[in-house]
Design a protein around this ligand. Sequence first.
Ligand code: URA
Length: 194
Amino acid sequence: MDHMDDLTVTGCERCPELVASRSRIVDGVGPADADLLFVGEAPGEQEDSDGEPFVGRSGDVLDDALRDAGLARADVRITNCVRCRPPENRDPRSEELENCRGYLEREIALLDPAAIVTLGKVPGEHLLGRDVAVTSEAGSIEEVKIGGARRRVLVCVHPAATLYDRSQRDTFEETIRQAADLAGDGGQAELGDF
Ligand code: URA
């Protein structure tokens, strides 16, 4: 029987294809009271092997941008919409996103972050519940209900998009600086009664 103790998912077998393709369930990492929650799509090969989100090349890009913005990786929480590596790194299917949604919502509720930063199109669309043009919307902040509570979501391009495109890297770094500012400004309290 699957369950989530605090922030750890155990024994989940809701997605047969992912159970077959994963080595392990990759839970989020970082402090349970972090101001910022970064949400990616799903673990890749390196993440599946190490059991930690964003530890491959994309993780290096994220770590560098965090450092440039005055944050350490250990200051923030990092997780994914789907906790198991899809076969051949394909995009997670909508039913897989839905199967894993409760875990993500629980993580968000326990953390109560000042802002959620979506890394790429899949998490942006999953949490905003609409089509997202990530490149043109990067840096925009939207308040949206997630698991019954209003949350502040900051749209960001996926770190992998920056690897071969300098302008995407600039956009990425600017959005991470924005995220750092949100973390420093008192978080949800700033939103007042909305
Ligand atoms: N890309 C993601 O979306 N998530 C990871 O954990 C790694 C790469």
